[in-house]
Design a protein around this ligand. Structure first.
Ligand code: SF4
Ligand code: SF4
Length: 390
C-alpha cells in the first residue's frame, strides 16, 4: 500500500511508547531505537516521520532516509502495540521506503542488490549459474526437468554462502533418509522477492512473486519446502496478495521435520549432550501472525536425546530480533551486528553453549557477530542439529 493509503494508521499512533518495551518483562523491544537512543529511531518516531512526509512538512532527505532504513522489520513493535492499539508500523516503514524508491531517493547500499536481481535473480551480486553449486556433491533430482512431490527452495542466502551450505545439505540428507521425493531447481531457482519488498522495490517483488508462483504451479509439486524463514514468510504472507492461485503448500523445514517426528518417520540414533537455546526468527514467528511457528522447533529439539532446551527471557512472540532483517545486514551492518550481540548476551545468560535457529539470515548474522564481538557460543541451524542426531 502507498503512504497515502495508510493515513488512518499514522494518526492512530497515540505516542504512548508501549512499543518500546516487551510488556510485563520491561525489556527493550526495538533494535533501532535501542541502538541509537533517539526518538526518531523508535517506532513512534517513525510514525511521526511518516506523518511529516505525508503532510509535506518533511522531505525524504538523508536524515529521514537513514531512520527509515534503520529498521529490521522485526515487528516486535507491532507485537507490543497490538495489545492496545493494533498499529501497522512496519507497513508504514515499508511504504516510506517505497515512496523513497518511487521518487528516486535510492539507498546506494541497495544498488548492488537491485542490479544483481535484474541481472542474476539473486540479492548478492553472484552469477546465476552458481545458484545450485551447494548441491554439486549431492545426488538429487532436478525439479525443473522431472516431476517431484517436494521442491526444496534454497533461497539466495543458502545458495551463495558456501559457509552455510551444510544447512541445505543437512536438510536434503534428512529428507533422503526418510524417503522423500524431493528435487531442487538449481540454477533455474530464483530469488523469492521478499527482500525487494522490504526495501521498497515493489515492482521487483511483484515480478519475482508472479514468476515463482507460476513456475511452482507449472511443475506440479505438492509442496515447496525451504529452510529460509524470510522466503517462507514471503511465500506464505506476501504471495497471496498477488491474487494468483497457489497450487502448492509452502512449508518450512521445521514444520516438515516436526511432521516426520509425529508420523514416526524420523528416529534419532545418536545422543547429543548439549544445552541449547532457541532463537525465534521474526519471519517464522511474528511475521506470520496467528500462524507463527513457535512450537515445532522446540518439539524437535526436545525430542533429540541428550539436548536440554533452555529459554531466553524474550522468546516466541516477544523474541529480540537477530538484526539482519529488511535489508539492514546489507545497508547498516553496524546495527545488524549490535542487535545480534544483544541477543547473544541474552543467549549466554541462559547457560546454553549453543544457539539454534531456523533461518540462514539469522545464522549468518550471529556467526558474523561471534567473530566481531567474541561472545563464546556456537550457532546452528536446526537441520544441522537434527542431521547430527540421525
Ligand atoms: S506505535 Fe503503538 S505502541 Fe507505539 S507509540 Fe504508537 S500507538 Fe503507542
Ligand atoms: S520493526 Fe523492529 S526495528 Fe523496526 S521499528 Fe519496529 S521494533 Fe523497531
Amino acid at each position: 500500500m502507498s503512504l497515502s493509503d495508510l493515513k488512518e494508521w499514522l494518526y492512530g499512533c497515540t505516542h504512548c511508547g508501549t512499543c518500546k518495551e516487551v510488556l510485563n518483562i520491561f525489556a527493550p523491544a526495538c533494535p533501532s531505537g535501542e541502538m541509537y537512543r533517539l526518538e526518531s529511531y523508535y517506532p513512534s518516531g517513525k510514525m511521526l516521520i511518516a506523518r511529516g512526509v505525508t503532510s509535506g512538512a518533511l522531505t525524504l532527505d538523508d536524515e529521514v532516509l537513514e531512520r527509515i532504513y534503520a529498521c529490521t522489520g522485526c515487528l516486535s513493535c507491532e507485537q507490543q502495540c497490538g495489545v492496545y492499539h493494533h498499529q501497522h508500523i512496519f507497513e508504514v516503514v515499508q511504504a516510506l521506503r517505497t515512496e523513497a524508491v518511487t521518487h528516486g531517493y535510492l539507498n546506494p547500499a541497495y544498488m548492488i542488490m537491485v542490479d544483481s536481481l535484474k541481472k542474476d535473480d539473486n540479492v548478492f551480486g553472484k552469477p546465476k549459474a552458481e545458484r545450485g553449486d551447494w548441491a554439486k556433491e549431492i545426488e538429487i533430482k532436478d525439479a525443473s526437468q522431472e516431476n517431484v512431490e517436494i521442491i526444496y527452495h534454497a533461497g539466495c542466502m543458502l545458495s551463495f554462502d558456501p559457509e552455510l551450505w551444510n544447512i541445505p545439505q543437512s536438510a536434503i540428507n534428512i529428507m533422503k533418509a526418510t524417503g522423500a521425493d524431493v528435487g531442487i531447481m538449481g540454477m533455474e531457482e530464483s530469488c523469492c522477492g521478499g527482500r525487494a519488498y522490504e526495501i521498497g522495490y515493489i515492482g521487483e517483488f511483484t515480478k519475482y512473486a508472479e514468476h515463482c508462483i507460476e513456475t511452482f504451479n507449472s511443475l506440479g509439486a505438492s509442496t515447496v519446502l525451504t529452510s529460509c524463514s524470510d522466503g517462507y514468510s514471503t511465500f506464505k504472507k506476501l504471495y497471496p496478495n498477488t491474487g494468483i492461485e497457489m497450487k502448492f503448500e509452502p512449508l518450512h523445514m521445521v514444520e516438515y521435520i516436526d511432521r516426520l517426528i509425529s508420523d514416526g518417520k524420523l528416529k534419532f540414533t545418536k545422543k547429543l549432550p548439549m544445552k541449547v537455546t532457541y532463537h525465534d526468527p521474526c519471519h517464522l514467528g511474528r511475521h506470520l501472525g496467528d500462524g507463527g511457528v513457535y512450537d515445532a522447533p522446540r518439539k524437535i529439539l526436545q525430542s533429540i536425546p541428550g539436548i536440554e532446551l533452555v529459554e531466553m527471557v524474550r522468546s516466541r512472540e516477544n523474541a529480540w530480533c537477530c538484526g539482519a532483517g529488511a535489508g539492514v545486514s546489507q545497508a547498516n551492518p553496524e546495527l545488524a551486528l549490535w542487535t545480534a550481540n544483544e541477543r547473544l548476551k541474552e543467549a549466554r545468560a541462559t547457560g546454553a553453549s549453543a544457539l539454534v535457529t531456523a533461518c540462514p539470515w539469522c545464522v549468518r548474522n550471529f556467526r558474523d557477530t561471534v567473530k566481531e564481538y567474541g561472545e563464546d557460543i556456537k550457532i546452528y541451524d536446526i537441520s544441522e542439529i537434527v542431521k547430527k542426531a540421525l
